[in-house]
Write a protein of this length. Sequence first.
Length: 228
Amino acid sequence: MSTSALPRGLPSPSRRKHRARRVAAGVAGCGLAAWVIVAVTSDGNSLDVLGAANIFGAGLDTPPQPGGGGAGVEPPMWEIPDGTDRVLTFPEVTGRVNPITSQPNFVGPEGDGGEFGTTDVQSFGGISGIVHEEAGIFVVGVLLTDAPPEDPAPERLDVTDQATAGSIEPEIGQTFLIGDGTDLRVQVPDEATRLFVGYADGYYYKGQPGWYDNNSGRVQVTVELADR
């Protein structure tokens, strides 16, 4: 990399120019900053993830809603420094969201335990869906290159039996479970430059992505660059 003088964890000037810091405020009536960018560092960087953060909007200017019910907001993004053998960890994921604004119950990052339904969301626009037979509205992530996602999407992951603890190796565009992030280690593909975090939602967590506009609340997610 030609900018070797930059500290590890900071993107090169060309990448910073290409993706200047952006904030979309008050989207979908949330009255909050909906999309921001920070760099992943060894000290960790935190961002708020709204309950309406649409993981299928990763890498796009406008999140999609093929299933109707509202597109929500773009998911926040962390820039990943160039390199190989990179590992991301999630030392702190806190907060609560509500998947149905008329319901009183808020749920944590690990999801609702099936209280409002289980998850079988389809893939769309180069981002894979996800399956969880015991929970809905849990925190997920997806890794991308500098390019926008393109079909075909990778295979959907069934994360029913996957505790967040342990090591996973998602493909580019493959949605994976973050949950509360406990002891989770994500092996980053060499070509990945961006991490997006949000939710995979649909009508009662089924079918085509959508139904984000009845979600509320937020979680705060801390991401760190760890040693492999």
